[in-house]
Design a protein around this ligand. Structure first.
Ligand code: 5AD
Length: 433
């Protein structure tokens, strides 16, 4: 039997997609990178915004068209929260976030009965799963260390699908998982979670302690990157880790959402713009190039031109190296969806465009500032003699002739598109023109 398995949305979904692939492979199913002519299709869905939900539906319909007789399975947040919409896309099995761990049981049952089934139970399961590989990226692996979110951001639907209870993977299991991936050759491990900064709240551990254990117990050449983490969860201890540990990438994704304290309050974000700026100052006192990427929502209900301008100012002052801009989207059941003073769609579009312009200019300045510096690139792809990869600051590099999967010391020559062109440090002839 052959299967096609893919995902939309966040890194946690990406990690869990790898878990699904490994379950299928253990059962002797061949997982194909090509969605045509397969017996089973699995989509790990997303519904963080209306757009993500639309893409999930579209993808499911496409998979159905490509494989009219195959078993079509939808798992993940969208199928967890809105099975009825998913059903309309011709899906056979609609499974929630907990059920994706036992996907084989449901697949076997379907193969026998061939009956449509919806199975969604509460998502607060304990996490102890491990991946062995990360085929989608080959050189970089994601490790989910936490699930669930106990915050109440007024726009966000994710806790409903992921559970309100913080559940952390035990330190020993994370260490084993990382050790195993590193010994298989993965050079970058990205720690990820639904609310990463809350790691250990349930077990009495914390992120800093976990990082110390990883660095102590995992031998070999590798680096660790943290994925999205909230301002209020970045402790002084964690900041100190960046100072002393070269294996920790000097990059954080800190989703600020808005540059207006008034809007942050109505979003229920529990921090202020001043706290964001203080944090950045601390990080850059450790490393002047410390890279901070962010998420911003434009057009939140009640966002005035003045509020939006504050967001633009924050982007400039913060020198974000990358901004993921989201248009505010009403999510069913959230407090924000019931707020008045919705920003009209054309105005949201206009603000998106302005934000993207400012963000691109700021990011271009950030890349320009890298010129002449020595960076370490993890080469992830080679095409026509040119190698591509990201450095520790999450800047994308283009360089000549190095092998995939190697951490390579380079010197940045010039900015190029959304990244930079670099050369192997010390080798003047390795140029990409
Ligand atoms: N509308 C727009 N963007 C949203 N996000 C979460 N919920 C919404 C929503 N209702 C964005 C936030 C978050 C990212 C993962 O998705 O910016 O950080």
């Amino acid at each position: 039997m052959r299967a096609f398995v893919t995902f939309l949305g966040c890194k946690v979904n990406q990690y869990e997609t790898e878990l699904i692939i490994e379950q299928l492979e253990r059962a002797g199913i061949v997982v194909s990178p090509d969605p045509t002519s397969v017996d089973i299709c699995v989509l790990n869905t997303c519904m963080v915004t209306n757009e993500a939900a639309r893409q999930s539906r579209q993808y499911l319909r496409k998979l159905r068209r490509l494989n009219p007789n195959a078993l079509l399975v939808a798992v993940g947040c969208y199928s967890h929260l809105d099975a009825d919409s998913i059903k309309k896309c011709g899906v056979d099995l609609i499974l929630g976030n907990k059920e994706k761990r036992e996907i084989l049981t449901y697949i076997n049952e379907w193969l026998q009965k061939r009956e449509q089934k919806v199975e969604v139970s509460q998502p607060n399961y304990e996490i102890d799963e491990r991946v062995n590989n990360f085929l989608a990226e080959r050189v970089r692996a994601y490790v989910k260390i936490e699930d669930g979110c106990d915050e109440y951001c007024t726009y966000c639907i994710v806790p409903l699908a992921r559970g309100r209870k913080i559940r952390s993977k035990p330190v020993e299991i994370v260490v084993q998982e990382v050790r195993n991936l590193v010994s298989s050759g993965y050079k970058e491990i990205v720690l990820t979670g639904v609310n990463l900064g809350r790691y250990g709240r349930d077990t009495g551990d914390d992120l800093t302690l976990l990082l110390r254990q990883i660095f102590k117990a995992v031998p070999g050449e590798f680096r660790i990157r943290l994925s999205s983490i909230n301002v209020q969860d970045i402790s002084e201890d964690l900041i100190e880790m960046f100072k002393i540990n070269e294996k920790l990438c000097p990059h954080l994704h800190v989703p600020v959402q808005s540059g207006s304290n008034r809007i942050l309050k109505t979003m229920n974000r529990n921090y202020t713009v001043e706290q964001v700026l203080n944090l950045l100052e601390r990080l850059r006192s450790i490393d002047t190039d410390f890279s901070v990427t962010t998420d911003i929502i434009v057009g939140f209900p009640g966002e005035t031109i003045g509020d939006f301008e504050k967001t633009l100012q924050l982007v400039e002052r913060a020198v974000f190296s990358r901004v993921h801009a989201f248009k505010y989207s009403d999510r069913p059941g959230t407090p924000a969806s019931r707020m008045k003073q919705k920003v009209p769609p054309e105005e949201k579009d206009r603000r998106m465009k302005l934000l993207r312009e400012v963000a691109e200019k700021v990011a271009a300045d950030y890349r320009m500032n890298a010129v002449g510096k020595i960076r370490t690139v993890l080469v992830e792809m080679r095409k026509n003699g040119v190698s591509y990869g990201y450095d520790e600051y999450y800047v994308r590099h283009e360089l000549v002739s190095t092998s995939v999967g190697v951490l390579t010391k380079v010197m940045v020559r010039k900015p190029n598109g959304a990244g930079v062109v670099s050369q192997i440090a010390g080798l003047e002839r390795n140029l990409v023109e």
